[in-house]
Design a protein around this ligand. Structure first.
Ligand code: GH3
Ligand code: MG
Ligand code: MG
Ligand code: MG
Length: 333
Protein backbone atom coordinates (compact mmCIF):
# COMPACT_ATOMS: atom_id res chain seq x y z
CA UNK A 1 0.00 0.00 0.00
CA UNK A 2 1.33 3.45 -0.80
CA UNK A 3 0.46 6.93 0.38
CA UNK A 4 -0.89 8.12 3.61
CA UNK A 5 -4.43 8.95 2.70
CA UNK A 6 -6.76 7.93 5.42
CA UNK A 7 -8.84 5.06 4.36
CA UNK A 8 -12.42 6.17 4.16
CA UNK A 9 -15.18 3.72 4.82
CA UNK A 10 -16.07 1.82 1.68
CA UNK A 11 -19.48 2.55 0.21
CA UNK A 12 -21.99 0.13 1.51
CA UNK A 13 -23.18 -1.69 -1.58
CA UNK A 14 -26.92 -1.76 -2.00
CA UNK A 15 -28.27 -5.25 -1.69
CA UNK A 16 -29.41 -6.46 -5.08
CA UNK A 17 -32.95 -6.97 -3.91
CA UNK A 18 -33.38 -3.63 -2.15
CA UNK A 19 -36.28 -1.47 -3.21
CA UNK A 20 -36.78 2.17 -2.44
CA UNK A 21 -40.27 2.80 -1.18
CA UNK A 22 -41.51 6.20 -2.23
CA UNK A 23 -44.47 6.79 0.04
CA UNK A 24 -47.07 9.47 -0.58
CA UNK A 25 -49.61 10.09 2.16
CA UNK A 26 -52.76 12.00 1.19
CA UNK A 27 -54.41 13.15 4.40
CA UNK A 28 -55.91 16.51 5.33
CA UNK A 29 -54.54 16.40 8.88
CA UNK A 30 -50.97 17.63 9.28
CA UNK A 31 -50.77 15.90 12.67
CA UNK A 32 -51.36 12.52 11.06
CA UNK A 33 -48.88 13.29 8.30
CA UNK A 34 -46.17 14.19 10.76
CA UNK A 35 -46.87 11.08 12.84
CA UNK A 36 -46.46 8.87 9.76
CA UNK A 37 -43.32 10.76 8.81
CA UNK A 38 -41.85 9.90 12.23
CA UNK A 39 -42.89 6.29 11.89
CA UNK A 40 -41.08 5.95 8.56
CA UNK A 41 -38.02 8.00 9.51
CA UNK A 42 -34.47 6.64 9.74
CA UNK A 43 -34.90 3.94 7.14
CA UNK A 44 -32.68 4.25 4.10
CA UNK A 45 -35.25 2.51 1.90
CA UNK A 46 -38.24 4.65 2.87
CA UNK A 47 -38.84 8.08 1.36
CA UNK A 48 -41.83 10.06 2.49
CA UNK A 49 -43.99 12.83 1.05
CA UNK A 50 -47.37 14.04 2.09
CA UNK A 51 -50.15 16.10 0.62
CA UNK A 52 -52.85 17.69 2.79
CA UNK A 53 -54.91 19.09 -0.07
CA UNK A 54 -56.83 16.22 -1.70
CA UNK A 55 -57.47 18.38 -4.77
CA UNK A 56 -53.74 18.42 -5.34
CA UNK A 57 -53.27 14.70 -4.79
CA UNK A 58 -53.13 13.63 -8.45
CA UNK A 59 -50.70 16.38 -9.41
CA UNK A 60 -48.44 15.68 -6.42
CA UNK A 61 -48.54 11.94 -7.12
CA UNK A 62 -47.49 12.52 -10.73
CA UNK A 63 -44.52 14.53 -9.53
CA UNK A 64 -43.47 12.29 -6.62
CA UNK A 65 -43.94 9.00 -8.51
CA UNK A 66 -44.84 7.04 -5.37
CA UNK A 67 -44.41 3.29 -5.13
CA UNK A 68 -47.15 3.32 -2.48
CA UNK A 69 -49.96 5.78 -1.82
CA UNK A 70 -51.39 5.98 1.70
CA UNK A 71 -54.90 7.33 1.31
CA UNK A 72 -57.14 8.92 3.95
CA UNK A 73 -60.89 8.52 3.40
CA UNK A 74 -62.60 11.41 5.12
CA UNK A 75 -61.38 14.75 3.83
CA UNK A 76 -63.07 18.11 3.34
CA UNK A 77 -64.81 18.32 -0.01
CA UNK A 78 -63.37 15.11 -1.42
CA UNK A 79 -64.23 11.48 -0.85
CA UNK A 80 -61.03 9.43 -0.47
CA UNK A 81 -62.60 6.53 -2.38
CA UNK A 82 -63.26 8.82 -5.33
CA UNK A 83 -59.58 9.64 -5.32
CA UNK A 84 -58.72 5.95 -5.32
CA UNK A 85 -60.97 5.48 -8.34
CA UNK A 86 -59.22 8.38 -10.07
CA UNK A 87 -55.80 6.83 -9.45
CA UNK A 88 -57.05 3.63 -11.00
CA UNK A 89 -58.06 5.39 -14.18
CA UNK A 90 -54.95 7.54 -14.38
CA UNK A 91 -52.44 6.42 -17.05
CA UNK A 92 -49.41 7.02 -14.81
CA UNK A 93 -50.92 5.96 -11.50
CA UNK A 94 -53.30 3.14 -12.30
CA UNK A 95 -50.97 0.41 -11.06
CA UNK A 96 -49.57 2.22 -8.01
CA UNK A 97 -50.54 0.31 -4.83
CA UNK A 98 -52.93 2.18 -2.56
CA UNK A 99 -53.18 1.49 1.16
CA UNK A 100 -56.25 3.12 2.65
CA UNK A 101 -55.48 4.65 6.01
CA UNK A 102 -58.65 5.45 7.89
CA UNK A 103 -60.16 5.66 11.35
CA UNK A 104 -63.15 3.75 10.03
CA UNK A 105 -63.04 0.13 11.07
CA UNK A 106 -66.33 -1.29 9.79
CA UNK A 107 -66.21 -4.13 7.26
CA UNK A 108 -68.51 -2.39 4.76
CA UNK A 109 -66.15 0.60 4.45
CA UNK A 110 -63.22 -1.77 4.06
CA UNK A 111 -65.09 -3.72 1.45
CA UNK A 112 -65.95 -0.55 -0.43
CA UNK A 113 -62.32 0.53 -0.36
CA UNK A 114 -61.20 -2.69 -2.02
CA UNK A 115 -63.97 -2.39 -4.57
CA UNK A 116 -62.80 1.12 -5.40
CA UNK A 117 -59.39 -0.33 -6.21
CA UNK A 118 -57.44 -0.15 -2.94
CA UNK A 119 -54.80 -2.83 -2.43
CA UNK A 120 -54.74 -2.76 1.33
CA UNK A 121 -56.42 -1.21 4.36
CA UNK A 122 -54.97 -0.06 7.67
CA UNK A 123 -56.76 1.56 10.58
CA UNK A 124 -54.95 4.64 11.73
CA UNK A 125 -52.73 5.19 13.32
CA UNK A 126 -51.27 1.81 12.51
CA UNK A 127 -48.46 0.12 14.30
CA UNK A 128 -45.16 1.36 12.94
CA UNK A 129 -43.68 -2.09 12.24
CA UNK A 130 -46.78 -3.26 10.44
CA UNK A 131 -46.99 -0.08 8.37
CA UNK A 132 -43.36 -0.42 7.26
CA UNK A 133 -43.79 -4.09 6.47
CA UNK A 134 -46.83 -3.40 4.30
CA UNK A 135 -45.22 -0.45 2.54
CA UNK A 136 -42.20 -2.58 1.70
CA UNK A 137 -44.37 -5.46 0.55
CA UNK A 138 -46.43 -3.30 -1.79
CA UNK A 139 -43.37 -1.53 -3.18
CA UNK A 140 -41.77 -4.86 -4.00
CA UNK A 141 -44.93 -6.17 -5.65
CA UNK A 142 -45.35 -2.97 -7.66
CA UNK A 143 -41.77 -2.82 -8.91
CA UNK A 144 -41.78 -6.52 -9.77
CA UNK A 145 -44.95 -5.93 -11.70
CA UNK A 146 -43.36 -3.04 -13.61
CA UNK A 147 -40.32 -5.14 -14.39
CA UNK A 148 -42.47 -7.97 -15.69
CA UNK A 149 -44.41 -5.44 -17.70
CA UNK A 150 -41.17 -4.19 -19.23
CA UNK A 151 -39.96 -7.70 -19.97
CA UNK A 152 -43.36 -8.50 -21.47
CA UNK A 153 -43.25 -5.43 -23.70
CA UNK A 154 -39.74 -6.28 -24.86
CA UNK A 155 -40.80 -9.84 -25.60
CA UNK A 156 -43.88 -8.73 -27.52
CA UNK A 157 -41.85 -6.22 -29.50
CA UNK A 158 -39.29 -8.83 -30.50
CA UNK A 159 -42.11 -11.18 -31.45
CA UNK A 160 -43.63 -8.50 -33.62
CA UNK A 161 -40.27 -7.88 -35.29
CA UNK A 162 -39.93 -11.56 -36.00
CA UNK A 163 -43.43 -11.70 -37.45
CA UNK A 164 -42.69 -8.69 -39.64
CA UNK A 165 -39.50 -10.37 -40.86
CA UNK A 166 -41.39 -13.59 -41.57
CA UNK A 167 -44.04 -11.74 -43.52
CA UNK A 168 -41.41 -9.88 -45.52
CA UNK A 169 -39.60 -13.14 -46.33
CA UNK A 170 -42.88 -14.68 -47.30
CA UNK A 171 -43.62 -11.69 -49.53
CA UNK A 172 -40.21 -11.94 -51.19
CA UNK A 173 -40.83 -15.55 -52.18
CA UNK A 174 -43.80 -14.34 -54.23
CA UNK A 175 -42.17 -11.42 -55.98
CA UNK A 176 -40.17 -11.09 -59.16
CA UNK A 177 -36.96 -9.25 -58.30
CA UNK A 178 -36.64 -7.26 -61.52
CA UNK A 179 -40.17 -5.96 -61.95
CA UNK A 180 -41.78 -6.21 -58.52
CA UNK A 181 -44.71 -8.12 -60.01
CA UNK A 182 -45.73 -11.55 -58.77
CA UNK A 183 -43.38 -14.34 -59.82
CA UNK A 184 -44.18 -17.55 -61.63
CA UNK A 185 -44.66 -19.56 -58.46
CA UNK A 186 -47.11 -17.04 -57.06
CA UNK A 187 -48.96 -17.00 -60.37
CA UNK A 188 -49.44 -20.78 -60.24
CA UNK A 189 -50.71 -20.68 -56.66
CA UNK A 190 -52.95 -17.72 -57.32
CA UNK A 191 -54.44 -19.21 -60.45
CA UNK A 192 -55.27 -22.49 -58.71
CA UNK A 193 -56.98 -20.62 -55.87
CA UNK A 194 -58.93 -18.30 -58.16
CA UNK A 195 -60.01 -21.23 -60.29
CA UNK A 196 -61.62 -22.83 -57.27
CA UNK A 197 -63.12 -19.58 -56.13
CA UNK A 198 -64.73 -18.91 -59.52
CA UNK A 199 -65.97 -22.48 -59.57
CA UNK A 200 -67.75 -21.86 -56.25
CA UNK A 201 -69.15 -18.48 -57.23
CA UNK A 202 -69.91 -19.56 -60.80
CA UNK A 203 -68.10 -16.59 -62.25
CA UNK A 204 -65.71 -16.24 -65.18
CA UNK A 205 -61.93 -16.23 -64.94
CA UNK A 206 -59.80 -14.52 -67.57
CA UNK A 207 -56.09 -14.73 -68.29
CA UNK A 208 -53.98 -12.36 -70.37
CA UNK A 209 -50.74 -13.75 -71.72
CA UNK A 210 -48.45 -10.89 -72.68
CA UNK A 211 -45.22 -10.99 -74.66
CA UNK A 212 -42.92 -8.15 -75.68
CA UNK A 213 -42.55 -7.98 -79.45
CA UNK A 214 -39.17 -8.60 -81.05
CA UNK A 215 -37.48 -8.31 -77.75
CA UNK A 216 -34.47 -10.33 -78.77
CA UNK A 217 -33.74 -7.68 -81.34
CA UNK A 218 -34.17 -4.99 -78.71
CA UNK A 219 -31.55 -6.60 -76.52
CA UNK A 220 -29.26 -7.05 -79.50
CA UNK A 221 -29.60 -3.40 -80.49
CA UNK A 222 -29.66 -1.65 -77.11
CA UNK A 223 -28.09 -4.11 -74.70
CA UNK A 224 -29.41 -6.31 -71.98
CA UNK A 225 -29.53 -3.60 -69.31
CA UNK A 226 -31.64 -1.33 -71.50
CA UNK A 227 -33.78 -4.42 -72.10
CA UNK A 228 -34.21 -4.88 -68.36
CA UNK A 229 -35.34 -1.31 -68.06
CA UNK A 230 -37.96 -1.85 -70.76
CA UNK A 231 -39.25 -4.88 -68.85
CA UNK A 232 -39.65 -2.71 -65.75
CA UNK A 233 -41.56 -0.05 -67.65
CA UNK A 234 -43.80 -2.61 -69.33
CA UNK A 235 -44.41 -4.23 -65.93
CA UNK A 236 -45.43 -0.86 -64.58
CA UNK A 237 -47.99 -0.37 -67.34
CA UNK A 238 -49.35 -3.86 -66.72
CA UNK A 239 -49.59 -3.33 -62.98
CA UNK A 240 -51.25 0.05 -63.26
CA UNK A 241 -53.43 -0.58 -66.25
CA UNK A 242 -54.79 -4.00 -65.57
CA UNK A 243 -55.34 -4.76 -62.03
CA UNK A 244 -57.91 -4.12 -59.45
CA UNK A 245 -56.74 -5.11 -55.98
CA UNK A 246 -58.20 -8.58 -56.49
CA UNK A 247 -56.32 -9.19 -59.74
CA UNK A 248 -52.79 -10.45 -60.16
CA UNK A 249 -50.10 -9.29 -62.55
CA UNK A 250 -47.07 -11.59 -62.66
CA UNK A 251 -43.93 -12.17 -64.65
CA UNK A 252 -44.42 -15.49 -66.37
CA UNK A 253 -40.77 -15.70 -67.37
CA UNK A 254 -38.30 -13.81 -69.57
CA UNK A 255 -40.19 -11.06 -71.40
CA UNK A 256 -43.56 -12.68 -70.84
CA UNK A 257 -46.13 -11.47 -68.39
CA UNK A 258 -49.49 -12.75 -67.30
CA UNK A 259 -52.55 -11.19 -65.73
CA UNK A 260 -55.35 -13.00 -63.91
CA UNK A 261 -58.70 -11.25 -63.90
CA UNK A 262 -61.15 -12.83 -61.48
CA UNK A 263 -64.83 -12.51 -62.27
CA UNK A 264 -64.11 -10.72 -65.56
CA UNK A 265 -65.79 -12.09 -68.73
CA UNK A 266 -64.10 -12.16 -72.11
CA UNK A 267 -65.29 -8.75 -73.23
CA UNK A 268 -63.94 -7.05 -70.12
CA UNK A 269 -60.66 -8.94 -70.39
CA UNK A 270 -60.23 -7.84 -74.01
CA UNK A 271 -60.89 -4.33 -72.91
CA UNK A 272 -58.13 -4.51 -70.32
CA UNK A 273 -55.80 -6.10 -72.88
CA UNK A 274 -56.47 -3.30 -75.34
CA UNK A 275 -55.59 -0.77 -72.68
CA UNK A 276 -52.29 -2.54 -72.00
CA UNK A 277 -51.35 -2.71 -75.69
CA UNK A 278 -52.10 0.99 -75.96
CA UNK A 279 -50.30 1.78 -72.70
CA UNK A 280 -47.06 0.11 -73.79
CA UNK A 281 -47.24 1.79 -77.19
CA UNK A 282 -47.68 5.10 -75.38
CA UNK A 283 -44.43 4.55 -73.51
CA UNK A 284 -42.88 5.55 -76.82
CA UNK A 285 -39.72 3.55 -76.30
CA UNK A 286 -37.74 3.62 -79.56
CA UNK A 287 -37.15 0.20 -81.09
CA UNK A 288 -35.36 0.50 -84.44
CA UNK A 289 -37.65 2.49 -86.70
CA UNK A 290 -40.65 1.59 -84.56
CA UNK A 291 -41.29 1.50 -80.83
CA UNK A 292 -41.63 -1.18 -78.18
CA UNK A 293 -44.95 -2.99 -78.37
CA UNK A 294 -46.59 -6.03 -76.82
CA UNK A 295 -48.89 -8.77 -78.03
CA UNK A 296 -51.60 -10.15 -75.80
CA UNK A 297 -53.53 -13.40 -75.86
CA UNK A 298 -56.83 -13.35 -74.02
CA UNK A 299 -58.66 -16.43 -72.76
CA UNK A 300 -61.69 -16.81 -70.54
CA UNK A 301 -63.13 -19.83 -68.78
CA UNK A 302 -66.11 -20.56 -66.58
CA UNK A 303 -64.32 -22.86 -64.15
CA UNK A 304 -66.01 -26.16 -63.38
CA UNK A 305 -65.01 -29.47 -61.88
CA UNK A 306 -63.90 -30.92 -65.22
CA UNK A 307 -61.84 -28.01 -66.49
CA UNK A 308 -58.38 -27.15 -65.35
CA UNK A 309 -56.43 -23.91 -65.08
CA UNK A 310 -53.55 -25.19 -67.23
CA UNK A 311 -55.93 -25.37 -70.19
CA UNK A 312 -56.90 -21.76 -69.64
CA UNK A 313 -53.24 -20.73 -69.71
CA UNK A 314 -52.74 -22.79 -72.88
CA UNK A 315 -55.67 -21.09 -74.53
CA UNK A 316 -54.21 -17.68 -73.69
CA UNK A 317 -50.86 -18.83 -75.08
CA UNK A 318 -52.49 -19.95 -78.33
CA UNK A 319 -54.25 -16.60 -78.63
CA UNK A 320 -50.90 -14.89 -78.06
CA UNK A 321 -49.36 -17.00 -80.81
CA UNK A 322 -52.07 -15.83 -83.18
CA UNK A 323 -51.54 -12.22 -82.16
CA UNK A 324 -47.88 -12.63 -83.13
CA UNK A 325 -48.80 -14.20 -86.45
CA UNK A 326 -51.34 -11.50 -87.22
CA UNK A 327 -48.67 -8.85 -86.98
CA UNK A 328 -47.97 -8.22 -83.24
CA UNK A 329 -48.82 -5.01 -81.33
CA UNK A 330 -52.33 -6.29 -80.77
CA UNK A 331 -54.57 -8.53 -78.75
CA UNK A 332 -56.34 -11.69 -79.82
CA UNK A 333 -59.01 -13.54 -77.93
P1 GH3 B 1 -41.52 -12.15 -80.49
O1 GH3 B 1 -42.07 -10.88 -80.97
O2 GH3 B 1 -41.87 -13.29 -81.36
O3 GH3 B 1 -41.91 -12.41 -79.06
O4 GH3 B 1 -39.94 -11.99 -80.54
P2 GH3 B 1 -38.95 -12.05 -79.34
O5 GH3 B 1 -37.64 -11.69 -79.84
O6 GH3 B 1 -39.47 -11.23 -78.24
O7 GH3 B 1 -39.09 -13.56 -78.92
P3 GH3 B 1 -38.16 -14.55 -78.20
O8 GH3 B 1 -39.02 -15.30 -77.23
O9 GH3 B 1 -37.44 -15.36 -79.24
O10 GH3 B 1 -37.09 -13.71 -77.39
C1 GH3 B 1 -37.31 -13.23 -76.14
C2 GH3 B 1 -36.08 -12.51 -75.73
O11 GH3 B 1 -36.29 -11.86 -74.47
C3 GH3 B 1 -34.90 -13.42 -75.51
C4 GH3 B 1 -34.15 -12.77 -74.41
O12 GH3 B 1 -32.97 -12.15 -74.90
C5 GH3 B 1 -35.04 -11.69 -73.88
N1 GH3 B 1 -35.18 -11.76 -72.46
C6 GH3 B 1 -35.77 -12.73 -71.73
N2 GH3 B 1 -35.67 -12.43 -70.41
C7 GH3 B 1 -35.02 -11.25 -70.30
C8 GH3 B 1 -34.60 -10.42 -69.22
O13 GH3 B 1 -34.83 -10.70 -68.05
N3 GH3 B 1 -33.96 -9.26 -69.53
C9 GH3 B 1 -33.71 -8.91 -70.81
N4 GH3 B 1 -33.08 -7.75 -71.04
N5 GH3 B 1 -34.07 -9.67 -71.84
C10 GH3 B 1 -34.72 -10.82 -71.62
MG1 MG C 1 -41.27 -14.65 -75.40
MG1 MG D 1 -41.51 -14.89 -78.03
MG1 MG E 1 -41.25 -11.62 -77.29
Amino acid sequence: MTGETKSSLPDVPLPADSYLSMVLLVDDQVMVCEAVRRALAHHGDLDFHYCTDPLEAIAVAQRVKPTVILQDLVMPGVDGLDLVRQYRKHPALHAVPVIVLSTKEDPSTKSEAFQAGANDYLVKLPDKLELIARVRYHTRAYLDHLQRDEAYRALRESQRELMRANLELERLTRIDGLTGLGNRRYFDEYLAAEWKRCQRTESPLSVLMIDVDHFKRYNDAYGHLAGDDVLKQVAHVIQDGSTRSTDLAARFGGEEFVVILTGVPQEGASHVAERLVQGVRDLNIAHGTDRVTISVGVATAWPDAEGDPARLVNAADLALFRAKNEGRNRLVH
